[in-house]
Ligand binder design. Structure first.
Ligand SMILES: Cc1cc2nc3c(=O)[nH]c(=O)nc-3n(C[C@H](O)[C@H](O)[C@H](O)COP(=O)(O)O)c2cc1C
Length: 370
């Protein structure tokens, strides 16, 4: 079968993946009181366990790391317990799952912060963005610049969250260093205007993200830690004057640490895949672990990229929202169900756990035609 590779198993260090199709981290804003995953989360993730790997929705490492209403955390005992039900269900169904560790930095709002505080960031640079609060979308104000003396506290929060993810039964973790959130805000020169050891040169701008990586690796071992980057995406009003140099240096530093995988959003998140400035997939050459490509992949492109050695793993986001059995549909070349954007964020089981898999009759029909 010409397209066997995408559907073939692969070992990611000690983690055996049944295929190379990954479910993307997808914020769905349905956590319960105390930012705890609920019974419907268990159902939702179990339904999608035929993915080679599931990456959880972005999960705040601390109350300060929160930037959207009803997102889950991994800093309280109740949250750990909630996630334990999810990982048990995914494992029972034969799947593997990592948790995405998230600190939003400036992409937040006092309504979502402890004590109504200002969100924090490397520098006091206001994003041209709105925040998703329980009372609807609100303008984001200028964040408070972090003191260097506060950074060890945030590194500790990442370490604590990584430890909690272990207790909650995940197979590993993904560090969220993409889409204009805190780690990306330190990397990029549009948002990092610091003149201390954490700003200025590329080496300095990488310092805090790499301190976080080292802390998380200290908990899990590098072979169970992946990282997500979006080198050329403008998501959340982020930009860098030289993404090629920045992300090549970052990739090399991550490679030296032996991380399990590099997860790259190729192009503008949910948008154009092929930017003029710099081709993010060329970073694969500088990374020793597995390379995971994401963004607007189709079945044909996924098969092609894996077959050509341009990606080891392919990560699908929106298609997994509306196709719980995406792996089977891709195998059979069956049609994909369209997602409904109106139910992406917030709400209940509608648009969450009610997308049906193919029926047995449909499976038989598409198998006969394949
Ligand atoms: C509803 C929704 C929620 C998302 N939440 C996250 C998230 O929590 N963490 C993250 O890194 N990316 C998030 N993304 C981006 C996706 O992971 C992915 O990069 C994007 O959808 C492009 O992939 P696709 O074309 O296969 O959908 C989200 C995207 C969507 C549509």
């Amino acid at each position: 079968m010409a397209n066997a590779e995408l559907f073939a198993p692969i070992d990611m260090g000690p983690i055996h993946l049944a295929n190379r199709i990954v479910m993307a981290p997808l914020t769905r804003s349905r956590a319960g009181k105390g930012d705890v995953p609920q019974a419907m989360h268990v159902t939702y993730y179990r339904q999608r366990a035929s993915a080679g790997l599931i990456i959880s929705e972005a999960t705040q490492i601390s109350p300060e790391g929160k930037g959207y209403a009803w997102t889950p955390g991994i800093h309280s005992a109740e949250q750990v317990e909630g996630w334990k039900h999810v990982t048990d269900a995914v494992h029972e169904a034969g799947g593997k799952m990592v948790l995405q560790l998230w600190h939003v930095g400036r992409i937040s709002h006092p309504d979502l912060q402890p004590g109504g505080a200002l969100p924090v960031a490397p520098s006091a640079v206001k994003p041209e963005m709105k925040a998703f609060t329980e009372a609807g979308f609100k303008d984001i104000s200028t964040p408070r610049a972090l003191e260097a003396s506060e950074l060890p506290r945030i590194v500790e929060d990442f370490r604590n969250a990584a430890t909690n993810a272990k207790t909650a039964g995940f197979d590993g973790v993904e560090i969220h260093s993409a889409n204009g959130y805190l780690l990306h805000q330190f990397l990029a020169d549009k948002t990092n205007r610091r003149d201390d050891d954490y700003g200025g040169s590329i080496e300095n701008r990488m310092r805090f993200p790499l301190e976080v990586v080292d802390a998380v690796v200290g908990v899990w071992g590098a072979e169970r830690v992946g990282i997500r980057i979006s080198p050329v995406s403008p998501a959340n009003d982020i930009a860098d004057s030289d993404p090629g140099s920045l992300f090549t240096a970052y990739t090399k530093a991550l490679s030296k640490r032996g991380l399990a995988y590099l997860h790259v959003i190729e192009g503008a998140t949910r948008g154009e895949r092929d930017p003029a400035v710099f081709k993010p997939w060329t970073l694969k050459e500088d990374f020793s672990g597995l390379y995971m490509g994401n963004n607007n992949y189709t079945r044909a492109l996924a098969i092609e990229r894996v077959a050509d050695g341009l990606a080891d793993l392919v990560c699908f986001g929106r298609p997994f929202i509306s196709n719980p059995d995406l792996v089977e549909r891709l195998k059979l070349n069956a049609p994909l169900a369209k997602w409904d954007e109106a139910t992406f964020y917030g709400g209940n089981e509608i648009g969450y756990t009610d997308y049906p898999p193919l029926t047995d009759e449909e499976v038989a029909r598409y198998a006969a035609a394949a």
